[in-house]
Design a protein around this ligand. Structure first.
Ligand code: URA
Length: 438
């Protein structure tokens, strides 16, 4: 089969065979298929889509392009969590030590942030001494001894995904559901966990802006997981406004610690409990989701989750005294304020615009590999539904440059909308999607 025939076939809406998909990935990896033909095929996939079988095959081919992690020597069911990315999303920092305190074994490989969405590895890098580059042996030993390890993704895993993503990024083919689903799931499958919970964000600050596309993505990802023998559940969660009050690496670590101390924002706690309950039930550590949430709440309240976070930070070389003394995480040079120009109920706090303001501050990177300012960030003082009087403080803004502060403040102010009536409260968790039993 030639690449031209494959492009033709997909352009005209037909499904590609298993052999064709494997040939395309293997040929691209060894440099036999040029970028221009892969770009054309990606665009054909963007318009014609891929069915479930094609998407599963693509995922397997991406996994087969590199190293995989075998976790079978570890006792119990190893779990992992993935978020499709949002603004203020520090859930992994709360959820993973919390479920580890309940006995769930966590082996997570994570990425750095890109654009307006943050990344767990950047956040963990705020903790002095914390290592995000564990070797395979160190990673496995820590999962075995501590019950939780989180490290950066290695380029040796799913290298074909890295190549394809770079091409998608410059050919306007990132936002294709089969391409996103196979890209995310290939990394989850290669890193070995059996029990996967997915947080699929929906709204202005998310990849998926509407419920229907988020549902389609979640259905595709959970069915890939099931087809490849992994227990996979997805929750669809709201990302119209940022999660919690803190946006930016340093401030999000502090907010995550506060949540582990039992007094974090209600939405951060609720989502951590809901995702955590899925992991507990699928690890056979709780008989029902309701009982799992009770177990997890107790572990937050009695300090066990925070103690597990300390053990995890210590195991990866981090300064555990920073957990109790946030000043040890550093102090940004500039502090600005955004105050309300008019009064009313806050009815809009556009997550995308807030995320873009954080990028302008230097908290997020516009290009892969770019340096970021870990101390830059925003603390919201009001969220949707709150009443705001004219002149009241809406947000504090932190960074290390006067110029960035001015630009970001203007951008942040465009995120707010007011109404005379209090807007109805909207749910945080919109749907739960589980693949067919495996
Ligand atoms: N995240 C990924 O890892 N891959 C995509 O294609 C999109 C988001």
């Amino acid at each position: 089969m030639s690449m031209v025939e494959m492009i033709h076939k997909k352009r005209d809406g037909s499904a590609l065979s298993q052999t064709e998909i494997q040939h395309f990935i293997a040929g691209y990896m060894v440099g036999e298929i040029p970028d221009y033909q892969v770009s054309a095929l990606l665009m054909a996939i963007y318009f014609s889509g891929m069915n479930r079988e094609e998407t599963v095959t693509l995922t397997e081919a991406l996994v087969a392009s590199g190293e995989t992690l075998d976790l079978s020597m570890l006792a119990g069911i190893v779990a992992d969590k993935h978020s499709t990315g949002g603004v203020g999303d520090k859930i992994s920092l709360v959820l993973l030590p919390l479920v580890a305190a309940a006995g769930v074994t966590i082996a997570k490989m994570s990425g750095r942030g890109l654009g307006h969405t943050g990344g767990t590895i950047d956040k963990l890098s705020c903790i002095p001494g914390f290592r995000t580059d564990l070797t395979r042996t160190e990673f496995l030993a820590q999962v075995r001894d501590v019950g939780i390890a989180i490290t950066g993704q290695t380029p040796q895993m799913t290298p074909a995904d890295g190549l394809l993503y770079a091409l998608r990024d410059v050919t306007a083919t990132v936002d294709s559901i089969p391409l996103i689903a196979s890209s995310i799931m290939s990394k989850k499958i290669a890193s070995g966990a059996q029990n996967i919970v997915l947080d699929v964000k929906v709204g202005s600050g998310a990849f998926m802006r509407d419920l229907a596309s988020a549902r389609e993505l979640a259905q595709m990802m959970t069915s890939i997981g099931a087809a490849l023998g992994r227990k996979t559940v997805a929750l669809l969660s709201a990302m119209e406004q940022p999660l919690g009050f803190a946006i930016g690496n340093h401030v999000e670590v502090i907010e995550a610690i506060e949540t582990l101390q039992g007094y974090g924002p209600a939405d951060v706690k609720a989502l951590s409990l809901a995702l955590g309950a899925e992991l507990l039930v699928n690890s056979k550590l709780a008989p029902s989701l309701a009982q799992a949430e009770e177990i997890l709440s107790a572990l937050l309240n009695d300090g066990s989750a925070l103690a597990m976070f300390r053990r995890f930070v210590a195991a990866q070389g981090g300064d555990t005294t920073a957990v109790d003394t946030p000043a040890k995480l550093g102090t940004p040079r500039n502090r600005g304020e955004l105050r309300a120009v008019a009064g009313g109920f806050l009815c809009e706090l556009d997550a995308l615009k807030v995320g873009q303001a954080a990028v302008l501050l230097g908290a997020g990177r516009e290009q892969k590999g770019a340096e970021i300012d870990l101390l830059a960030g925003i603390i919201l003082h009001k969220k949707i539904g709150d009443f705001v009087a004219a002149g009241e403080l809406l947000a504090e803004i932190f960074c290390n440059s006067d110029e960035k502060l001015a630009l970001a403040t203007t951008q942040l102010s465009s995120a707010y909308g007011y109404s005379e009536q209090q807007p109805p409260t909207s749910p945080l968790i919109l749907e739960r999607i589980e693949a067919e039993n495996i």
